[in-house]
Design a protein around this ligand. Structure first.
Ligand SMILES: [Zn+2]
Length: 387
């Protein structure tokens, strides 16, 4: 069963300038619960006492999802996380040769010992804890290092191994394919009789996070990380709405998530993150289901399928038509229909000219201002177009 882990509250807060107060974190967590995400990663409690308090608050109030915390491979981090009452703990430690040599204090074997000891310690403290081990930057690390560390982690009590594309390095269909990596990784662990659930954490540095995540799913990954608006370090990670739609509607995987609840979630996170939803954001953007060119509007008025492959109703949204310089008479008729206004053909043509004229100045005409344009175009003494 595919599960989605939302890490807006942890990875999302690693977006420069983004910080969510505790009560906002709770509100976001409750909104994520409404969407039905399976796991909510609430924070890295050892980083800051406020983060610890917020993680504990979220863990105490959320019952419809598993609440997770993040920890380095250090017992003090594990203690801080478990004191928050979480049911899922992500422990990370990079085992690339370069990282071990330049930043870490360990060689590979002492790193592996540290990882296994920390996991065993966490499991002993809380036997029902679900533990995920993440070899950060797994895909650029020596494969054998990742395998050795993962085997030790699973034997110490980890149930999930996260294949992290920490730098957004992978490219579908190339020799850097996450599909190939996950498939080979699973096969290699299976040779040792180990079958942990595989998670994928895909960064978006090349704009390929979602494509890579779906490659991971195809190869058998069962937990996929995402954030609202794809927030996160640098270019962020997989966008939650796009992931849920692809899994649920296109691939028919996972439990039914409540896609209609995504709009409120995106508005909430956008407001408190200070990151606007781009107008052309797939699925959630203001323009995502709005048709502009007259040719498109003409066809969509007959059957939306001509220019849409996603049903806006999935998200509780409807088709829109932009009124601007690209509009045709169908656009005006669509708008009049919305307003339940009856206007004769020649007035419709005059309204279209006004709309086009306003559009050429770089603005769209809203439905609410259209009645005034109609009035102006209907009044015999004021049929002059605005200069
Ligand atoms: Zn990350």
């Amino acid at each position: 069963m595919i599960q989605v882990l939302d890490t807006t509250l942890r990875e999302g807060e690693q977006t420069p300038g983004v910080y969510f107060d505790s009560h906002v974190k709770l509100a976001i967590a409750m909104s994520l619960e409404k969407v039905g995400v399976d796991i909510i990663e609430a924070g890295h409690p050892k980083v800051d006492p406020d983060i610890a308090r917020a993680t504990a608050l979220v863990a105490s109030r959320i019952t419809g999802a598993t609440v997770a915390a993040h920890a380095r491979s250090i017992e003090a981090d594990v203690d801080a996380a478990l004191e928050c009452g979480v049911g899922f703990l992500g422990i990370f430690y990079c085992v690339s040769d370069r990282r071990l040599a330049q930043i870490g204090r360990d060689d590979l074997s002492s790193a592996i010992r540290r990882i296994a000891d920390t996991i065993a310690y966490a499991k002993k403290r809380q036997p029902d804890l679900i533990i995920r081990y993440t070899p950060e930057d797994a895909v650029r690390s020596p494969f054998d290092n990742v395998v050795q560390a993962s085997i030790a982690a699973v034997e110490a009590g980890a149930e999930v191994i996260s294949v992290a594309d920490t730098t957004g390095f992978m490219i579908p269909g190339s020799d850097r394919s996450l599909y190939d990596y996950v498939a080979r990784f699973k096969e290699t662990l299976a040779l040792s009789g180990l079958f942990p659930r595989i998670a994928v954490h895909c960064h978006n540095d090349r704009g390929l996070a979602l494509a890579n995540a779906l490659d991971g799913v195809r190869a058998g990954a069962e937990i996929i990380d995402a954030t609202v608006l794809g927030l996160g370090e640098r270019a962020g990670i997989v966008d939650l709405a796009q992931l849920l739609h692809a899994l649920q509607v296109d691939l028919k995987l996972g439990k039914p998530w409540n896609l209609e609840a995504l709009q409120d979630l995106y508005e909430l996170v956008s407001r408190h993150a200070g990151v606007p939803v781009p107008v052309h954001h797939p699925l959630m953007g203001r323009n995502a289901f709005t048709h502009c060119a007259g040719v498109h509007t003409h066809a969509v008025a007959r059957d939306p399928v001509h220019y849409q492959s996603v049903d806006p109703a999935e998200f509780g949204r409807t088709i829109g038509v932009a009124l601007d310089h690209m509009s045709g008479i169908s656009s005006i008729r669509w708008a009049l229909d919305k307003l339940e206004a009856e206007v004769d053909e020649s007035t419709q043509r005059r309204v279209l000219e006004v709309v086009k004229s306003i559009g050429r100045r770089g603005r769209t005409v809203s439905l609410s201002e259209l009645p005034y344009i109609i009035s102006q175009c209907s009044a015999p003494s004021e049929q002059q177009l605005p200069s």
